[in-house]
Design a protein around this ligand. Structure first.
Ligand code: TTP
Length: 299
C-alpha cells in the first residue's frame, strides 16, 4: 500500500489571502471574508490566522466577530446580479494549479483551494538525479514529521527541527551524511521516498508563493486519505510527513469522523453499527467484516 507518494496541498485561509493580495492594507492584520448578505455584519466564511488568534471563527456574524476582535477587517465577497460571485477565488485557484503542474503530470483539483499531486514519478526521478546525496535537516525548513512532532507550548520550531533531524537520521542509516539507500528493497525505502517528496513539496510551496503570492500547507504520505489528514496537523504555511510506520499510533486516538469520507453518514454508521469510535477500532476490523455490512467498494 506504499507504492505511491501523494501530496495534498491546501491553501491557507484562501479567500482572505486572495483579498489580501488585492488589498495589501489588510495583510498581516486580523481579517475575514463575509458573505454578500450583510445582516449583522455578514456571515463569515474565511478567517485569517491573525483573526483566529482572537477567537474569530467561520460561521460567526461579522458583528459578533468584531466583539471579539474590534480591529477586525471585514471584506465582502463580490456580488453579481444579487449572487455571490466567486470568479476571483476560482481564478486564483487556477493560478495555483498551474504552478503545481510544473511539478507533476498528475494533479487533481479537489476543491477551490486544494489539490492532490501524485509525486511518485517526480520523486523517483529526483532520487536518481541526486544519486548518493543526502537530505539535510535545514533543507526541510517548514516540515513536520508525525511521531517526531510532540510539542508542548514553547519553542515549536525547535521541536519541529529536532523531530525532522531525528527522523532523517533514522531514515538514512548512518545519519544525514550517509549515502542514500537506493535499493527499493531497503527497509527504509518508503521513508526515503517520503523525505524526497518533502523536499520537492518545500520547493513546490515556495514556487506557489513566488508565482502567486499565496501561502499553503501540505500533507505528504502514500495515499490521498492520509495526505488530507496529515495536511491538517500543522498549519498554516507548514507541511507534514506521515510515515507509514506512524499511522497506527495516529489512528488510535483519532475519531472516525475526522477522516476524509467518514465525516457523514458512513462514519456515523461505523460508530453506531460497527462500534468504531476511533480509526484504531476501524483498523482492527477485517475487510470481510466490512464487506458483510457495506458494498465491496465502500468496504
Ligand atoms: P477551507 O480550505 O476549508 O478553509 P480556509 O482555506 O479558509 O482555511 P484553512 O487555512 O483552515 O484551510 O476553505 C477554502 C475556502 O472556501 C475558504 O477560504 C472560503 C470557502 N469556504 C466557504 O465559502 N464556505 C465554507 O463553508 C467553507 C468550509 C469554505
Amino acid at each position: 500500500m506504499t507504492d505511491r507518494v501523494v501530496v495534498l496541498l491546501d491553501m491557507d485561509c484562501f479567500y482572505v489571502q486572495v483579498e489580501e493580495r488585492d488589498n495589501p492594507h489588510i495583510k498581516g492584520v486580523p481579517a475575514a471574508v463575509v458573505q454578500y448578505n450583510s445582516w449583522k455584519g455578514g456571515g463569515i466564511i474565511a478567517v485569517n490566522y491573525e483573526a483566529r488568534a482572537f477567537g474569530v471563527k467561520r460561521g460567526m456574524r461579522g458583528d459578533e466577530a468584531r466583539g471579539k476582535c474590534p480591529d477586525l477587517q471585514l471584506v465582502q465577497v463580490p456580488v453579481n446580479r444579487g449572487k455571490a460571485d466567486l470568479t476571483k477565488y476560482r481564478d486564483a485557484g487556477k493560478e495555483v494549479i498551474k504552478v503545481l503542474c510544473e511539478f507533476s503530470d498528475c494533479v487533481e483539483r479537489a476543491s477551490i483551494d486544494e489539490a492532490y499531486i501524485e509525486l511518485t514519478q517526480t520523486v523517483e526521478d529526483r532520487i536518481k538525479k541526486k544519486n548518493g546525496t543526502h537530505i539535510a535537516t535545514d533543507m526541510l525548513k517548514s516540515s513536520w514529521v508525525v511521531g517526531y512532532d510532540k510539542t508542548k507550548d514553547g519553542d515549536q520550531q525547535g521541536v519541529r527541527e529536532k523531530g525532522v533531524h531525528e527522523w532523517l537520521n533514522s531514515v538514512f542509516e548512518n545519519g544525514e551524511d550517509a549515502a542514500l539507500p537506493l535499493d527499493s528493497n531497503h527497509p527504509q525505502w518508503d521513508n526515503v521516498r517520503l523525505a524526497y517528496a518533502a523536499l520537492i513539496c518545500e520547493d513546490m510551496r515556495a514556487a506557489v508563493l513566488a508565482q502567486t503570492g499565496f501561502k499553503c500547507s501540505a500533507g505528504i504520505t502514500h495515499n490521498k486519505m492520509l495526505s488530507k489528514l496529515a495536511c491538517g496537523l500543522h498549519k498554516p504555511n507548514q507541511q507534514t510527513v506521515l510515515p507509514q510506520d506512524e499511522v497506527s499510533q495516529l489512528w488510535d486516538g483519532l475519531p472516525v469522523g475526522k477522516v476524509r469520507h467518514l465525516g457523514g453518514k458512513l462514519g456515523d454508521s461505523l460508530t453506531e453499527e460497527m462500534g468504531c469510535n476511533t480509526m484504531g477500532d476501524l483498523a482492527k476490523l477485517s475487510l470481510q467484516q466490512l464487506i458483510g455490512r457495506y458494498d465491496n467498494k465502500t468496504a
